[in-house]
Design a protein around this ligand. Structure first.
Ligand code: NDP
Ligand code: OXD
Length: 309
């Protein structure tokens, strides 16, 4: 029985050390470096390994995502009995909360506008508002959405959240399900997407959604590129329905040269860096999960494959 890791060499080196210390009896193999007997592989950790790669392990029991999301893995090609586990670790959580706070302050204080004016050599006054005047609405109240809201609280933004099932979070007006979506949108000044990508959430940041937000609102997409309809964003920005957007994830990644997101004055673009899996803290979480597996205990971050997240 072996644990196989497929991914960045530097991360593999850190994880190999953590496993040697925490689970010394379990062989931790690194794809491309160690010799692997495919029949022995029960547990696999990967970011976006292709279906053909995973198919070579007939006895695979658990697939661990190296990241918080799992949509990048070829789940449709995975036998139904294989368990899928996403990464729930503090490095990703803190990184995302920082990114969302940065994005909300930047959009709220009109940074895209002021940067455009600066680059054009213009000293242009525009009235600014305080955080108390801009409601931030977070779509997705999971590990990342909740952490982002906690980071935003001391900044003074009124806060809303939207999720599939009902939640109750102190200081946050919570909405749930398709029924709650319009009421959620109607009052947000900045909408932050931290949803998983599923058939229900694909394309959710679209014209219909933007039109339900107050005119002049802003959008942050740090979920997945598939949540956003890129052409609809451009139309909404050009018409003034949206004031600005901060985009971390796109389709495809990387975006091709010349894509309008690179040059649109109302778009801030970052190359999928909102939150990164931190080698050390993630390795400890993975080792914890392996110890849980060995003890027959529930796993942290196990995905409900029928639900898709
Ligand atoms: P979780 O699984 O912890 O939370 C998902 C949240 O989304 C839950 O609150 C869930 O509702 C809600 N949700 C799911 N489907 C729907 C729906 N149809 N309608 C309304 N709400 C829905 O995920 P995380 O917070 O850990 O991560 C979220 C996503 O962030 C990841 O899947 C990934 O795509 C993205 N990500 C992006 C990164 C980046 O660098 N840009 C880094 C890491 C992650 P409920 O609570 O009711 O179940
Ligand atoms: C993740 C990501 O899902 O980095 O962890 O996008």
């Amino acid at each position: 029985m072996t644990f196989l890791y497929h991914g960045l060499e530097a991360r593999g080196a850190v994880w190999a050390e953590i496993f040697a210390a925490r689970v010394p009896d379990l062989p931790f193999l690194r794809w491309g470096q160690d010799s692997v007997d495919p029949a022995q592989v029960r547990w696999l950790a990967a970011w976006n390994a292709p279906a053909e790669f995973i198919a070579q392990f007939p006895n695979l029991e658990v697939l661990f995502s190296v990241g918080a999301g799992i949509d990048q893995l070829p789940l449709d090609a995975l036998p139904p009995q294989v368990r899928v586990v996403r990464m729930v670790e503090q490095g990703i959580i803190t990184g995302m909360a920082e990114y969302v706070a940065m994005a909300c302050l930047a959009l709220h204080r009109d940074l895209p506008f002021f940067i455009t004016e600066q680059r054009a050599g213009r000293w242009t006054y525009r009235h600014t508002r305080l955080a108390a005047d801009t409601r931030v609405g977070v779509m997705g109240l999971g590990e990342l959405g909740k952490a982002a809201l906690e980071m935003l609280k001391p900044l003074g933004f009124p806060l809303s959240g939207w999720s599939r099932s009902a939640h109750s979070i102190e200081g946050v007006e919570c909405f749930a399900g398709a029924k709650g979506f319009d009421a959620f949108l109607a009052q947000v000044g900045i909408a932050v997407c931290l949803l998983p990508l599923t058939p229900e959430t694909r394309g959710i940041l679209c014209r219909e959604t933007f039109d339900k937000m107050p005119r002049g609102s802003a959008v942050v997409n740090a979920g997945r590129g598939g949540h956003l309809v890129a052409d609809d964003l451009i139309v909404a920005l050009d018409s003034g329905q949206l004031r600005a957007a901060m985009i971390d994830v796109t389709v495809p990644e990387p975006l091709p040269e010349g894509h309008p997101f690179f040059s649109h004055p109302a778009i801030f673009l970052t190359p999928h860096v909102a939150a990164e899996t931190r080698h050390g803290s993630a390795g400890e979480v993975l080792a914890d999960n392996v110890l849980r597996l060995l003890a027959g205990e529930p796993l942290l971050g196990e995905v409900d494959r029928t639900r898709g997240y």
